[in-house]
Design a protein around this ligand. Sequence first.
Ligand code: NAD
Ligand code: TYD
Length: 339
Amino acid sequence: MKILVTGGAGFIGSNFIYHMLSEHPDYDIVCLDALTYAGNLHTLEPALKNSRFKFVKGDITDRNAVFELFKNEKFDTVVNFAAESHVDRSINDPAIFLSTNVMGTQVLLDACREFGVSRFHQISTDEVYGDLPLDRPDLFFTEETPIHASSPYSASKAGADLLVLAYYRTYGLPVTVSRCSNNYGPYHFPEKLIPLIIVNLLHDKPIPVYGTGENIRDWLYVEDHCKAVDLVIHKGTPGEVYNIGGHNEMKNIDVVKLVISELGKSEDLITYVKDRAGHDKRYAIDPTKIHRELGWSPEVKFKDGIKKTVQWYLDNREWWEDLISGEYINYYEKMYKNR
Ligand code: NAD
Ligand code: TYD
């Protein structure tokens, strides 16, 4: 079995590569990644020593390069993690989100058709469903919830999902889609909430909390997501969508306070800042389908996952200290100064 993992130098893709290399000792894995600001080859250093792993630098929107790669490698399965993934960046500059997330996905789908790939799996997000109200804790996203995206990021992911499912209906391409809630864990780029809190606290810098901090996210440890994707690509039914989430809803402010207490820092560092435009109120996944049909359940409790994550950032300072120099300083200034 030969698997193409796109976007494997990013957060979830890299965790998935490590999961697959250890769980499937007979599989070959090729990673295609453009190494944007979010991609980091250091993350893949241990994998690069494995003879069953190969890294190719390239852009999923580059049709010629993608077709050449498919022709040479003859993949059985393609798992598409490659994306522009940060909501705040999509609010400032939507164009690249359309290009990578929609057009890039189309290039991969065309290559799968052309070279007879037996499974294309699209890594999507619960954000395609829009949000749920804060005062209706009885409501959850199911696979039947209508697509109702709020941000340019989620709209581009929704566009890609529709395209993937259209390739199943129109051309019979064997596709699956998974829509996961917010992930956390090792190798998470420090522009996202949890690693940003950790990194700022370790520098005794303020923690910017958007709006009132009442917004709710449904957190899942990244390894649990990887296990779910592994199941879907092997046992999922073509043409189907699977929601992935572990009923672990937390208000942002409670996540911030938990990490502060984990690191023994002061809550005085909490700073309420201007809210995100169009800020989704609550995400909450109903994972009944993947549990019932594929037997998946999350294994890591949030309290334990946060402990492991904080410890990982303490043990791997050189990994993130590299990332928060250079371009990240400009990004942070632009995003948070005068907010
Ligand atoms: P990330 O931003 O950490 O990584 C994205 C990777 O894709 C990077 O390595 C980047 O270099 C690469 N990439 C970007 N544009 C590319 C292009 N044009 N060609 C090739 N490679 C390109 O993202 P992540 O958090 O690991 O998310 C991975 C996937 O999971 C995304 O599709 C995202 O929508 C989805 N997702 C993320 C979360 C989450 O909580 N992070 C939750 C649900 C779904
Ligand atoms: P984020 O990690 O960007 O994920 P997403 O927007 O895709 O859910 O943000 C998680 C939540 O944290 C979201 O409600 C926005 C909020 N947030 C802050 O309050 N401050 C921050 O600096 C960031 C990056 C996010």
